[in-house]
Ligand binder design. Structure first.
Ligand code: IPE
Ligand code: MG
Length: 221
């Protein structure tokens, strides 16, 4: 969900206004994905690198998460499973409690899985999975040679979610920014110049229409 800051700057507003608007767009697009029948959708809300931002911006984002997670609660009534990707440890207690409660309350939902990448980094994800495998090996539960791609995939924050089909990167940037790097091994990418707060349901339609035209070979012919 990139481009919040630039969207605000263009309007002569503080960056935090862009984040607020971005959160409202997340709500709309999340609802639209549910309506379209998309089974898994992930939003990149905050990266392991975003902590480097000025303290006041990080604080404003944390306040926004704190209040926004109350709103996410309404997904529970819509058969949507909420999963957070990334370690919850660096968040304040109130945010951690809300994250745990949302995951707990929606664990049984099987309509759509909505994953929120918060304090997420693809490399951190892989390291976190590798540590679990190493612990199993150190404990004698598995041998190092038992480690497979499937096993490591299951140990990632995304757990049993399938590999990514389509990544939509808004705001005119052409990079991965440490997003689901393992899970995106064969993902299709769609780059859009639209700043996230301007992103509309019709922009998602456009991305999906282009995706439908892609010829996916997964390394085959
Ligand atoms: C993305 O918007 C939101 C977060 C990282 C939380 P940015 O804040 O990166 O917006 P730009 O890239 O500065 O426009
Ligand atoms: Mg950005």
């Amino acid at each position: 969900m990139d481009g919040n800051g630039r969207w605000a700057k263009k309007r002569g507003l503080p960056r935090t206004f862009g984040h607020k608007e971005g959160a409202a767009v997340f709500r709309k697009i999340g609802d639209y994905c549910r309506k379209l029948g998309i089974r898994y959708v992930t939003f990149y809300a905050f990266s392991t690198e975003n902590w480097k931002r000025p303290a006041d911006e990080v604080a404003a984002l944390m306040d926004l998460f704190d209040s926004y997670l109350d709103d996410v609660e309404r997904y529970a009534g819509r058969n949507t499973r909420i999963v957070f990707l990334g370690s919850k440890a660096p968040f304040r207690q109130s945010i951690r409690d809300k994250m745990l409660k949302l995951e707990e309350n929606t664990r049984h939902c099987d309509g759509m899985t909505l994953m929120l990448a918060m304090n997420y980094g693809g490399r951190d994800d892989i390291v976190h999975a590798a540590k679990q495998a190493a612990e199993l090996a150190a404990g004698g539960f598995i041998k190092p040679e038992d480690i497979t791609e499937e096993m490591l995939s299951g140990m990632l924050y995304t757990g049993d979610a399938p590999d990514v089909d389509l990544v939509i990167r808004p705001s005119g940037e052409y990079r991965l920014s440490n997003f689901l790097i393992w899970q995106c091994a064969y993902a299709e990418y769609y780059f859009s110049d639209v700043l996230w707060p301007d992103f509309k349901a019709s922009d998602l339609d456009k991305a999906l229409a282009e995706y439908a035209e892609r010829n996916r070979r997964f390394g085959g012919v």
